[in-house]
Design a protein around this ligand. Sequence first.
Ligand SMILES: [Fe+2]
Ligand SMILES: [Fe+2]
Length: 348
Amino acid sequence: MEVGNLNDYIHGFSSAPESRRAAACRDMRYRLFCIPASVLRPLCVFVWTAPARVVSGSLMRIIITSDLHYNVARSREPTEKIAKEICAGGGDCLLFVGDTASTDLTVMDRVFGLFEPFRGVKMAVAGNHELWTVGGADSLARYENDVSAACRRNGVHYLDESPLVLEDTAFVGNVGWYDFSFRPSGMKIPLRFYQHKVGPGAAAYFDKHRHLLSHEADLPPGALDVTSRWMDGERVRLPESDVEFTRRMADKLRRHLSEVHDRVSRVIAAVHHLPFAELVPPTIVPNWAFAGGFLGSELLGETLLDFPKVTHAFCGHSHRARTCRKGSLVCKSIGSTYREKQYEVLDL
Ligand SMILES: [Fe+2]
Ligand SMILES: [Fe+2]
């Protein structure tokens, strides 16, 4: 693997079998949508494999997509393709779960423009790529001001700023982050390499990271085979540590959940980073395994589980579709890669 290319590499997981399965599920749900609502509700619970429960209120169709990466050349055509498909299918809500664009936020205007014909309510959370800066600019200011402004001028509700309530359903979410709680303990790579977002093999390559190897005695055998780095380390400039920023996002998630929880019958959550370790793609490849440390945080999941009305949570970031269940909560990573975009349809 080329040093410095891990973000691209992990996003290149093969997803063809998952794509076919997802497409089959979508087709099935579309067929079910033609059935009267009184028949549809119990069937929908079965098809989406949500926990059995009584759903009250009118039928709501929610479309969820993620990781469109429209700034990347090979992502453009597949993004345009699913935009047409989603707009033609319609729905009540459309939710973007981050990594829509990158350093150039005008790309968000172009992406949201593709979905302009969609007549329902549009919502978005930021991804780590929207926090990427050039020239050492402040990623937190960008997150709070610039991404917010891009959403506002395109008529998209920015969930990172405030939750949204539609009838008896609330939508809550934000970028999330990582605190290295998902790092593979079996690898025994010392924490300092995660904090600097560089594998031991890559640290040997870059002058500015070579000091991390000064205590080589604590390196396990094979550590130098981890030759990748996580590119947030070069592109994201936060005024606090990753652990502190993760705490900031989890606290905000809790605050927003508390604001809406008693006002609605259900909550749909969207967090760009993974909230549960079960969603981390399993791998035996050292560079990929090292990347697991940057995929999310157990703190995000613990926060969601403190609110029993959160029935569904969606995330992106891993570029690999996986699902896990935690009691009455179903959590799914969307699984868009750079070359193949995915979306979910949730009928409530
Ligand atoms: Fe992504
Ligand atoms: Fe991401």
